[in-house]
Design a protein around this ligand. Sequence first.
Ligand code: ATP
Ligand code: MG
Length: 196
Amino acid sequence: MAERTERLGVLGGTFDPVHVGHVVAAVNARDALHLDRVLVVVAGDPWQKRDRVVGSASDRLALVEAAFSGVDGVEASSIEVDRDAPSVTADTLEALTAPERELFLILGADAVANMSTWKRLDDTRSLATVVVIERDGEHAEPPGAGWRVEHLPIPRLDVSSTDIRDRLGDGRPIDGLVPPVVVQSIRERGLYTDAR
Ligand code: ATP
Ligand code: MG
């Protein structure tokens, strides 16, 4: 008997570090689109941010693992960290392609606005449905025609990895902006203390 098709979400990013905005995006995409699982894919070598990335791939991955360890149906993926090459979304989606599996690429509206710079953009189109996370009336469409797109409004949380690094750099608190277990892990690992 044929298995039911698995609906698999992919939330990629630098996660430098992971924060509550990422958690809200992942769980709401899973719920609204009835995804069986969401993989949070940590970029091993985010080539567009090479000059700005602060945390090592293994630290960023460990924080994502901690952030989602108690979250049902959402898990960290090391697929891009393990690959010894610049992180390209189409490569990752191709590696995750399987019979009886449908892929959903979850992206913030800011990430969608940047898609025209992506490598292998045309291949990306045929590999997954794009789920555009829209905060507070934001709207974005992937460039060009022929995309399968879903738009998902979520509550706006004005938190970014950049702000968290700045706060840690000047000793301001980050509680509430990242899950408590991530606060603890950042402290234990001594990360981002001189991030600027
Ligand atoms: P930076 O400040 O370095 O740009 P970031 O906070 O945007 O980091 P990324 O790792 O670049 O984090 O984001 C990964 C994905 O999460 C992207 O698709 C991005 O649009 C989305 N995202 C980022 N911040 C939020 C947020 N506050 N709420 C929902 N989604 C978010
Ligand atoms: Mg960003």
